[in-house]
Structure formats: structure tokens, C-alpha cells
Design a protein around this ligand. Sequence first.
Ligand code: AHM
Ligand code: MG
Length: 320
Amino acid sequence: MTTFETYLDSHKGGALNDELTVVLLNIAEATRQISKKLRTSSLAGLTGATEITNVQGETQKPLDVLSNEIMLEACRKSRAVAFAVSEELDEEIQIHADGTYAVIFDPLDGSSNLDVNVTVGTIFSVIKAQAPDDTLKNGRGQIVAGYAAYGPQTSLVLTVGRGVQIFTLDDAGDYVMTTADARIAPETKEFAINAARRPSWDDVITAYIDRSIDTSGYNMRWVGSMVADAHRIFNRGGIFLYPADRAKPASGRLRLLYEANPIGFLVEAAGGAAIAGKIDILDIEPTSLHQRVPVIFGSKKEVTKIREAYAAAERAIEPA
Ligand code: AHM
Ligand code: MG
């Protein structure tokens, strides 16, 4: 049996040093605590909304606030963490003045699904950072990235740069490896998109979805928690799309630093692709902590079709 701890031990001296290992152990412990809070949230009255609005203009749920606090505590317990960046914080906050890493996280992704008992998750990434500006680096600089998916099972999914490992929380509270080296199948006939937003899609996305619907055997799934949609894709392939608004080509709903980048890093480590149009998500240079980007990821052949369609559309409008 390989536990999360023994897996991290096997990477010491390689991709992981002692300090990073402590950071990851504390993050794993935070996800255990969040998982526990979620299991009984209705009984504990942790439902509905608070009166607080976060920097995104979204009303926070009690569990958003609690999960954020639990993740911040994991950062405080880790001497090497210099900064924390969170969906629920206006700006980065300094944790330890002599730290060398930033932990960047969405403490509870998919929180609109909370009160209906549907899978939600915690997304995280760790980068080198000694000054506040270091938190605005492109996704290629991620050292580790992962997420916990809180569904019928609690899964912890991690990459230390190469390969993606999936751990499952057992009754004793141990994360036990259940998939070694998860790979995203290169081909798929399953797409995930919020079809109600069709009027805002650009021509590339509209044409891609229309073609998929017209081609026999294609299937659609949309959970409304990116973590849950991503987890399905790590397990059986697929493509996820939260595209730009046609009126604002660089926009989207999902945030670059703590949603798109960690998932993009995991997806590439599992042999898939993650783009924001013509460009890889991991190559986007961030300009602000809560920047939103178009997000398309999953099975490589399918994502490549969309990347090529964006490149062709751009060539078509270039002056002769
Ligand atoms: P959140 O971080 O506030 O929960 O928002 C992100 C979520 C993603 O998990 C999901 O893919 C998307 O928002 C769903 O958006 P929509 O409600 O438009 O379907
Ligand atoms: Mg989110």
C-alpha cells in the first residue's frame, strides 16, 4: 500500500525537498479537515450564504470561509510558505517573512453545488516566491499542483511535475494511492460545457460543439464544479470548455492562478492539453491575481482540434 506520505518520501531529494514535503503534508491534512466539515455541513448549519462578498463580487458561503481559514492555517504551519493567494482573499498575504514558496488556492471550488450535495473541491499549487510580485508568474513555474475532490469518495490528486497520482481517503484518514500515473486518454467523445451560455460563445466554440452534437456517439456532461469535471477527465478522458465571452476574447469565468494553472499543470503531466485559445494556459503571463481566462482542457487530440481552429480563424482575418 502506498500512502500519500510514503509517496512524498520516495521523492525526497528529487522533486521534493523537506520543506515542500511539509507544505504538502499540511495541505493534505487541510483537505481531510475540509472533507470532514463537508460531510456534516447540513447538520452543523454550515449551509446557505454569508453576508460577505469576496473580491470577485460573489457571495461567500460559510464553507468557503471555513475552507479558506483551514487552508491558511496549513500555510501558517509550514515554515517555508512566504505567501498565500486565495480566491477568497483580495490580495496575497504574507505568511512567513523568511519563506520561499507561495501556496495558491481555491479553497472550495464549485461552491454553488454545496447545498445540493454534489462534488466540490480544493485546488492548489505551489510556486517559488520570496516577494509579492513573484506570485504573478506563468504556470510553467509551478512546482507541484493538485486538488482534492470531495464526492462519494474524497480523492487527492497530485503532480510534482511529471505524472499524476490519485489517492483515496480511507476510513482511518489515510490517503492511499489508488491510481499510479493517471493518463488522460488522447481521444474522447465526451465534452463538458455550460450550454446555456451558447449566445456568448465565439464561432470556433460554436462550430466545435455543433459538430460534436451532429457526430454520432458524442456525449455531454456538466457538473458545475470544475474539479469534478476534471476528475472525470483524469479517469476516463473528455474535454472541458469554459470559453471566452465572444465580446471579450481574453475573458472567461475561471481564474488563471488558482483554477486554470493548477489544473493545466496536472492535465499536461497526465498527457493531456490545456489551452486558452491558441495559447497554452501555462504560457499566459498573469497581470493580476484574480485574472480570468478562457479554459479548455482534456484529451489531447480534441483540444488540438480547437487550438488549430483558433489559429486558422486568426489567419483568416490577417490582412493579405
Ligand atoms: P467557484 O470557484 O466560485 O465555485 O466558481 C467556479 C465554478 C467552476 O467550478 C465551474 O466549472 C464553474 O464555476 C461553473 O460555472 P457555471 O455556473 O457558469 O456553470
Ligand atoms: Mg473555483
